[in-house]
Design a binder for this molecule. Structure first.
Ligand code: GLY
Length: 282
């Protein structure tokens, strides 16, 4: 039987969040959430687990997804999230959804439909049609940052990749975006550049969406592994491509063989992983 594993990330520590107390609080949250996700994984599929872990991360205001999402240039919050099942290869996502607590749950519901990526008003209307109540995810700290016009790029997109006991992999990613972006800007998090899974590998990214898309980071790592590269070699090659233009990104990944890897282009991404025996938090 395959040993289940789960890895999560909580984005980058930003300029405005580098104090020791916040770093410690984020690490404690990561430890709590990865442990809950692992316990859940023992009774559920990888697909169910990545949605569960992302929901917990979205509910934690320390991270830039769901509650605590960043605010765009017009004062509105628009969130993006996606989920990919490595076995069926189905990818579903919401782009620029508004007024929902858990975008990942809306993305998860779309897996059952033919049209699986919805944007803007269509995504929000779909959530309502599914009985998801309106919810304001703005917290006082983000409102103050927006009022102060503090740019805090890539501060805390969240993600999870899980390998279940059947050897199936899934990946999920959720974000509040860059902060202060133009209305209509599209995040990488609901594309295969930011979130990818197949039978061999799963990847979730954080950082500046435009940089992630420029190297198709998650899909590039995934394709290299699927074509025979080790996870480490695939990460290294893809991050070299990112470094060529000083791209700002981090990623986590795991393979069906149980390889786990992570990298960040700039210090530092917060992440945690466990196979049940040890919980590692960084
Ligand atoms: N990676 C999150 C974003 O740029 O929207």
């Amino acid at each position: 039987m395959i040993k289940p594993k789960v890895i999560i990330h909580g984005g980058f520590f930003s300029e405005s969040h580098t104090d020791a107390a916040t770093k410690l609080a984020k690490q404690e949250s990561m430890k709590r959430i990865v442990s809950l996700a692992y316990a859940y994984l023992l009774e559920h599929t990888a697909l169910e687990t990545v949605a569960f872990a992302c929901e917990l991360l979205e509910d934690d205001p320390l991270f830039n997804a769901g509650i605590g999402s960043q605010i765009q240039s017009d004062g509105q919050v628009r969130m993006s999230a996606s989920i990919m099942d490595g076995i069926s290869r189905k990818f579903s996502g919401v782009i620029n959804i508004q007024d929902v607590k858990n975008p990942i749950r809306v993305a998860e519901k779309l897996l059952a439909y033919d049209d699986r990526v919805l944007g803007g008003e269509g995504a929000t209307a779909f959530a309502r049609s599914q009985g998801i109540e309106p919810f304001d995810v703005r917290i006082p700290q983000r409102i103050k940052e927006w009022e102060d016009k503090v740019a805090a790029r890539g501060i805390g997109t969240v993600g999870c990749v899980a390998l279940d006991s059947k050897g199936h992999i899934a990946a999920a990613t959720s974000t509040g975006g860059k902060g202060f972006e133009m209305v209509g800007r599209i995040s990488d998090s609901a594309t295969v550049a930011g979130n990818f899974a197949n039978y061999a590998v799963g990847i979730s990214c954080t950082g500046v969406g435009e940089d992630i898309v420029s190297v198709a980071l998650a899909a590039a790592i995934g394709t290299r592994v699927t074509d025979g590269a080790s996870l480490e070699a695939a990460f290294k090659k893809s991050f070299e491509e990112l470094a060529a233009f000083d791209g700002f990104a981090g990623a986590i990944g795991l393979t069906a063989q149980g390889e786990v890897y992570h990298a960040d282009s700039h210090p530092s991404m917060v992440y945690a992983l466990t196979d049940g025996a040890v919980v590692e938090v960084f």
